[in-house]
Design a protein around this ligand. Structure first.
Ligand SMILES: Cc1ncc(COP(=O)(O)O)c(C=O)c1O
Length: 343
């Protein structure tokens, strides 16, 4: 970063690179509400193929892609099961209930990693007429508020198989599925095969300014297109933004390994100064326990020393690495946080 600040509040803060901006400027475009934008078509087909699904729908945000995915599967008054700190439960402003009549029941974890038995014990697909019926299970991979944790494949396979056998739909919030793929080597379509719908974000570690893609069957994406328009999410020459997404797919997936290395360097520097306050990161998110100090105070002191991080709950601080910070900057930032937590 140029002004001496190391901004680790989120991987959404990245600015489009010169190459990405050039790709946006030269993209062929059309009116996407008329379904006539060739660059949007290319992006949707490309992401669907990567995840092994039939069709895709480009959306303005991951929150919208999740809303559409869940609403495709869950009717008003039915339930989706998810983690108690899932993005769909905590950070989408109640949209699933407020706009789509979806109810939620949550399972509890420490680090967001789903426990297959816990989930399958909660499934109640035919609970009517006195109880709410489970229509969908939604899983987040990687898990943001859990600390960028990866869902192990065998657990996902088990949940997916049991849900499929019971007729319960499966949605994957894969905002950072790219990170899980790069960290584990599990192919994207191996994850994709386990879910009816998957949402992925282009605007997090991949560095695009805007956009997510929801994938599923062609019939589901046609329904999602109607829902998206109903929510005011139809857009016109969106190919300008889709071009940034295509550029991100071409240039920025493999390099996520650099972000994971930078997160490790950050965590190692914290651990060296304040042992026991940090968990080894699995991807690009590091969660620190602030011991006796209030997270808001840690955040304020770090900011005075040129490092921006976020408070996460009553005892935690979160740092997220991304393509606009270097490994050295992250190691220095980790040293600052380690000193503050120890002091
Ligand atoms: C796991 C997860 N899902 C979904 C989203 C939503 O993405 P957006 O901010 O584009 O709505 C986020 C955003 O941080 C996220 O972390």
């Amino acid at each position: 970063m140029t002004d001496g600040l190391v901004d680790l509040r989120s991987d959404t803060l990245t600015k489009p690179s010169a190459g990405m901006r050039a790709a946006m400027a030269s993209a062929p475009v059309g009116d996407d509400v008329y379904d006539e934008d060739p660059t949007v078509h290319e992006l949707e087909a490309r992401v669907a193929a990567l995840l092994g699904h039939e069709a895709g729908l480009f959306t303005v945000s991951g929150s919208l892609a999740n809303q559409l995915g869940v609403a495709l599967h869950v009717g008003p008054g039915q339930e989706v099961l998810c983690d108690c700190r899932a993005h769909i439960a905590r950070a989408e402003m109640g949209a699933h209930g407020a706009l789509h009549g979806v109810t939620m029941r949550t399972w509890v974890t420490n680090d967001g990693v789903a426990d297959a038995s816990q989930i399958t014990n909660m499934l109640e697909p035919d609970a009517g007429p006195y109880l709410v019926s489970t229509a969908c299970v939604a899983i987040e991979n990687t898990h943001n508020f859990g600390g960028g944790t990866i869902q192990p494949l065998p657990g996902l396979q088990r949940v997916s198989r049991i849900c499929r056998d019971l007729g319960v739909k499966r949605h994957l919030d894969g905002a950072r599925l790219w990170n899980a793929h790069v960290a584990t080597g599990v192919p994207l379509d191996a994850y994709g095969a386990l879910f009816d719908t998957v949402s992925v974000c282009l605007s997090k570690g991949l560095g695009a300014p805007v956009g997510s893609v929801l994938v599923g069957t062609a019939a589901e994406m046609a329904r999602a297109r109607v829902l998206r328009k109903r929510l005011g999410g139809g857009w016109r020459q969106a190919g300008l933004l889709a071009a940034a997404g295509l550029y991100a797919l071409d240039h920025n997936i493999g390099r996520l390994a650099d972000d994971h290395a930078a997160a490790e360097a950050f965590a190692d520097a914290v651990e060296a100064r304040s042992p026991g306050s940090v968990k080894h990161p699995e991807t690009n998110i590091v969660v620190l326990s602030t011991s006796g100090k209030k997270p808001a105070r840690v955040v304020a002191e770090a900011s005075e020393r040129g490092v921006l991080v976020s408070a996460l709950g009553p005892k935690m601080v979160r740092a997220v690495t991304h393509l606009d910070v270097t490994l050295d900057e992250c190691a220095r930032a980790g040293a600052v946080l380690g000193d503050i937590i120890r002091s």
